[in-house]
Structure formats: structure tokens, C-alpha cells
Design a protein around this ligand. Structure first.
Ligand SMILES: Nc1ncnc2c1ncn2[C@@H]1O[C@H](COP(=O)(O)OP(=O)(O)OP(=O)(O)O)[C@@H](O)[C@H]1O
Ligand SMILES: [Mg+2]
Length: 319
């Protein structure tokens, strides 16, 4: 269960990618926090800025991207603009990333043992039998047999590789794990196994987590709070039960409506319109071009966040 201690705070984060054709506003005044032991889901369609937020937390936004404003606080300490040497310590001691497409980032010609051991010895003075035992324990923690130790990535299934990546992320006992679409590209059954592995690890270690995804169905079963993102903006944040019971933002409703159901046959909803060019955001609400309820007020200024229920906030002029 989550405590009230905030282990991560993202305050007013602004991230731009400076391209030759103008600045892409990939995160616009994003505010988010994660409490101790909590899993926060970050959802939204492709290109809305989820990975950008994740990489900003680690201070690893790739060029030509840059954090142009805001704070990232880890256990109360703002790490934006910290010297690289200090950042490196925090990054591996406190933060762990399971990057998007993690399983494909394992080197196919290097044994799992070597890749895991290298990751550990780069940061910890553990060697020999103790090191091997540590890797065995990590493999065991993510439900993999010891024989994986001596295998190559190409000998493992996608789900097994993804579990190796989870083991590597927890190796240094981080305070918070950021998992960027950890179950994408896996079949549904394996998705469940990987999701359960993450939940087990989280419970056992009491670690906090940001779970990035676009599948609201999977989020519903995994996270404590959901943050919904659209075109670089957060539009709704709240406890998972409250969000599913009463989604206030039209975009959140759309995401929930997109969950397939076998009980109730429904036609697939398609929203008209496209996301605006992130280099040229409109005045007013970010969802105005696709919102079925758009009115004049939406085009005037960005809607402020309003509290609708305990811990549940939405940015929409309807309320
Ligand atoms: N290196 C870059 N240069 C220019 N624009 C970029 C760069 N990286 C990302 N962007 C833009 O920033 C926006 C946010 O990208 P980001 O990768 O954070 O989205 P995402 O929500 O993680 O998407 P996905 O679900 O596809 O992983 C997108 O519009 C993308 O085109
Ligand atoms: Mg991404």
C-alpha cells in the first residue's frame, strides 16, 4: 500500500525538441507525483509524450530535446541541471528504467550472465560467488530458472527477455522504476506474466513505479493512479477506480471505450480529426480539434485542472 511520502515529483515540466522546422512541444507544464509504494500509470496514444516524460525524469532526453522548464524531485531533491557525476549516482541508485523495447536492447551475442553482471559491477563492489548468487537471486525474483544465467538472449522468448530486463532494473534496489511500455509487443498471455512479474517485484521490494502504456485494460489491473496524456499535456489524473467509474475528460472516455469487451458487443469508436502539429499547438485546450463537445471557451485559453473527486483532477472547460 502506498504511503503519503512523495518519492518523485514532476513540477511544471516543459520539454521541447528543437528541430530545424521549429520546436516540438512534447511536454507542456506536466505535473505528476508518485508516492512511496505506488504505481502510477501514464497513458495516451503514440507520440503524446510518455517516453519524453520518462526520459526527462532520468535527465536523459535525447537530442535535440531539452528540458526547458520545471523541476524533477527525487525524494525531495531537484535533479534538473545537477552535474552529470552526481546525476549518474542518483540515476542508478534511485531510478531504474525499463526502456521502451527493452528486450531488444539486450546484446544478442553476449550471455545473460555477463550482461547482468556488468550492469551490477559498474555500480557495486560485488565479485565472484557473491555476484553469481546475486544474479541467481534476481533471476529467481522474476521467475526465471537458473539456467538462463548461461544462455544467450536469442535462446529466450520475448517474455523471458523482458523479465531479464526487469531483473536488471531491480538489481540495484532503486526507489522508483520507470517501465516504458513493458508489455508491448508481447502476446496477451505473456503480457499477463510480465505484468504479474512487475507487480510481484513491486510488492516484494516496496518500490514505486511509473507504468507507461496505452492499454487502459491492462492499466486498470495494475496501477493505483492513472495519468492521461494528450499531445504533450496531462488532461486527467486520478485513482484508478475513480477514473474508470467516472472518466471526466472526453479523451479519457475514449480510451476506456476502446477497451474490447466480450460481454457487450460495441462498434469501435473512431474520433474524427488528428492530433495537432506539436510544433504549433492551438491556443486553448489541446484536445479541441478532436473533442465532440468543443465550444468557443475551449479555443480561448487552456483549461485549468479542477478537482472532481478525492485525488481526481481534470482539465476541461465542461466542469
Ligand atoms: N528526437 C526527436 N526529435 C524531434 N521530435 C521528437 C523526438 N523524439 C520525440 N519527438 C516528438 O515528441 C513527441 C513525443 O514523443 P514520445 O516518444 O515522448 O511519445 P510517446 O508517447 O512515448 O509515443 P509512443 O507511444 O509511440 O512510444 C512526438 O510527437 C515525437 O514526434
Ligand atoms: Mg514511447
Amino acid at each position: 500500500m502506498a504511503s503519503d511520502q512523495k518519492v518523485l515529483e514532476v513540477n511544471d515540466l516543459n520539454v521541447h525538441y528543437f528541430t530545424p522546422r521549429g520546436a516540438v512541444i512534447a511536454a507542456n507544464a506536466v505535473n505528476l507525483y508518485v508516492k512511496e509504494g505506488e504505481i502510477v500509470g501514464l497513458v495516451g496514444e503514440s507520440g503524446c509524450g510518455k517516453t519524453t516524460v520518462a526520459m526527462s525524469i532520468l535527465q536523459m532526453v535525447s537530442a535535440p530535446g531539452r528540458i526547458v522548464g520545471g523541476e524533477i524531485k527525487i525524494e525531495g531533491q531537484n535533479i534538473v541541471n545537477l552535474p552529470e557525476k552526481e546525476l549518474r549516482k542518483i540515476r542508478w541508485r534511485k531510478l531504474a528504467l525499463i526502456p521502451q523495447g527493452a528486450m531488444n536492447s539486450l546484446n544478442p551475442v553476449i550471455k545473460i550472465r555477463e550482461q547482468m553482471e556488468d550492469g551490477i559491477t559498474a555500480h557495486e563492489k560485488v565479485r565472484g560467488v557473491a555476484l553469481r548468487d546475486k544474479v541467481f537471486k534476481l533471476l529467481n525474483d522474476v521467475g526465471l530458472p537458473e539456467r538462463v544465467y548461461n544462455m544467450f538472449p536469442h535462446e529466450l522468448s520475448g517474455g523471458m527477455k523482458q523479465r531479464v530486463c526487469i531483473a536488471m532494473a531491480v538489481a540495484l534496489n532503486p526507489v522508483i522504476i520507470i517501465a516504458d511500455e513493458p508489455t508491448s509487443a508481447l502476446d496477451v498471455v505473456v503480457q499477463r506474466v510480465v505484468a504479474q512479474t512487475l507487480l510481484d517485484v513491486k510488492t516484494r521490494l516496496g518500490v514505486s513505479m511509473i507504468m507507461i502504456g496505452h492499454d487502459m485494460g491492462l492499466q486498470a489491473q495494475m496501477v493505483d493512479r492513472v495519468a492521461v496524456m494528450y499531445a504533450g499535456n496531462l488532461v486527467e489524473v486520478g485513482p484508478v477506480g475513480s477514473i474508470f467509474e467516472h472518466p471526466y475528460h472526453p479523451y479519457t472516455r475514449l480510451l476506456i471505450d476502446a477497451i474490447p469487451s466480450t460481454k457487450q458487443k460495441k462498434s469501435l469508436k473512431v474520433t474524427e480529426g488528428l492530433t495537432h502539429d506539436l510544433r504549433n499547438p492551438p491556443r486553448g485546450c489541446c484536445f479541441q480539434f478532436r473533442c465532440p463537445f468543443v465550444r468557443d471557451a475551449c479555443r480561448e485559453k487552456p483549461p485549468a485542472f479542477k478537482q472532481m473527486a478525492p485525488d481526481h483532477f481534470v482539465a476541461c472547460v465542461q466542469y
